[in-house]
Design a protein around this ligand. Structure first.
Ligand SMILES: Cc1ncc(C[n+]2csc(CCOP(=O)(O)OP(=O)(O)O)c2C)c(N)n1
Ligand SMILES: [Mg+2]
Length: 336
């Protein structure tokens, strides 16, 4: 395992560890439950990429906005949606944050500023640009963050979004989680320029690349970017270089297009193990403190599962609710 120098005194090591550990345990539990057959739909797990959502969301206010991806459970949890509501949504239960209508790829919570996980690659980018514009018009100091993968950066929505954000000086942070593959397509084969951060120059936008498995590095880069957005109303592109430990989705073993050696090498760079080693080495945390956090998180995840499994499915009589906006004078779920 490669370790980097000791943690800076202002880095919130315990909170970072808590959030990353929650994201990891939540996903591994979801994987187990999915394999047992109780969870409908598709799930794409975030295991290995926890430092990115954590390092960024530690800087966000509750009323800041986040748009996410198909691999978005970690973004939802890091932005502050309660684990109970996220787990219940994965099970399609009425108590889920989208009332059980959404599932894994439509986790949505306006109260937490969460503009949704998203089944369409790159589709969260324009949503966040719009939210940043809204924040700018309100003068509220709200910031928008768009998380997306390397698979999104050759889409029109990425280029249009960055261009508009730059032209209108929007308070937004674009976070590319470059895990080197889009499904089974290696990023280096999909483009002649796999240096995502270099693309910021095309839009005269501040940009940097970081080790996306080093939560402190992500946290520092996100600090610069969120300040630039909040205080100067200017956008930033941050490329977090990372890797998914598991397959593309549950069901893909993730081995047909990646060598065992490559996967193992990245697992040795596990963001959680690296933070733990550095926290202990530097004396920023004790073994007991980290164990206590792990115990607390395990209890939270167990409670979320119990909550989700014991919740009711949505009542069929409400199938047409939430489809038409009440404000348009349309009675709940039915044409007037
Ligand atoms: C517009 C669109 N095209 C294709 C797909 C099918 N698809 C789902 S995930 C994915 C790969 C996404 O890769 P990336 O953006 O790098 O995210 P990662 O899965 O690596 O986290 C593709 C092609 C889709 N969901 N939406
Ligand atoms: Mg990818």
């Amino acid at each position: 395992m490669v370790t980097t120098p000791s943690l800076a005194p202002d880095f919130p090591v315990l909170e970072a560890y808590r959030r990353m550990f929650l994201l990891r345990r939540f996903e591994l539990k979801a994987q187990d439950l999915y394999r047992r057959g109780g969870m409908p739909g598709f799930i794409h797990l975030y295991v290995g990429e926890e430092a990115s959502a954590t390092g960024v969301c530690l800087h966000l206010r509750r009323d800041d906005y986040v748009s996410s991806t198909h691999r978005g459970h970690g973004h939802a949890l890091a932005k502050g949606i309660p684990p109970r509501q996220v787990m219940a949504e994965l099970f399609g239960k009425a108590t889920g944050c989208s009332g059980g209508r959404g599932g894994s790829m439509h986790i949505y919570d306006p109260d937490a500023g969460f503009l949704g996980t998203n089944g369409l690659v790159a589709a969260g980018i324009p949503l966040a640009v719009g939210a940043a514009l809204a924040g700018q018009l309100r003068g509220s100091g709200q910031v928008a963050v768009s998380f997306f993968g390397d698979g999104a950066v050759n889409h029109g929505a990425f280029h249009e979004g960055l261009n508009l954000a730059s032209a209108w000086n929007l308070p937004i942070v674009f976070i590319c989680e470059n895990n080197l593959y889009a499904t089974e397509m290696p990023f280096a084969k999909a483009t002649r320029n796999p240096d995502v951060a270099s693309r910021g120059a095309a839009y005269s936008m501040a940009a940097e690349a970081v080790d996306g498995n080093d939560v402190e590095q992500v946290w520092r880069a996100a600090d610069r970017a969120v300040r630039r957005a909040r205080e100067e109303s200017r956008p930033t592109l941050v490329e977090c270089r990372t890797y998914r430990h598991l397959g593309h989705h549950e069901g893909d073993p993730g081995t047909g297009y990646r060598t065992k050696e490559e996967v193992e090498a990245w697992k040795k760079q596990c963001p959680i193990a690296m933070l733990k080693a550095r926290a202990l080495e530097s004396g920023a945390a004790t073994e007991e403190q980290l164990k206590e956090i792990e115990k607390e998180v395990d209890a939270i995840v167990a409670d979320a599962v119990e909550f989700a499994q014991s919740s009711a499915s949505p009542d069929p009589a409400t199938a047409l609710d939430h489809i038409f906006p009440e404000a348009a004078g349309v009675e709940s779920g039915r044409h007037a």
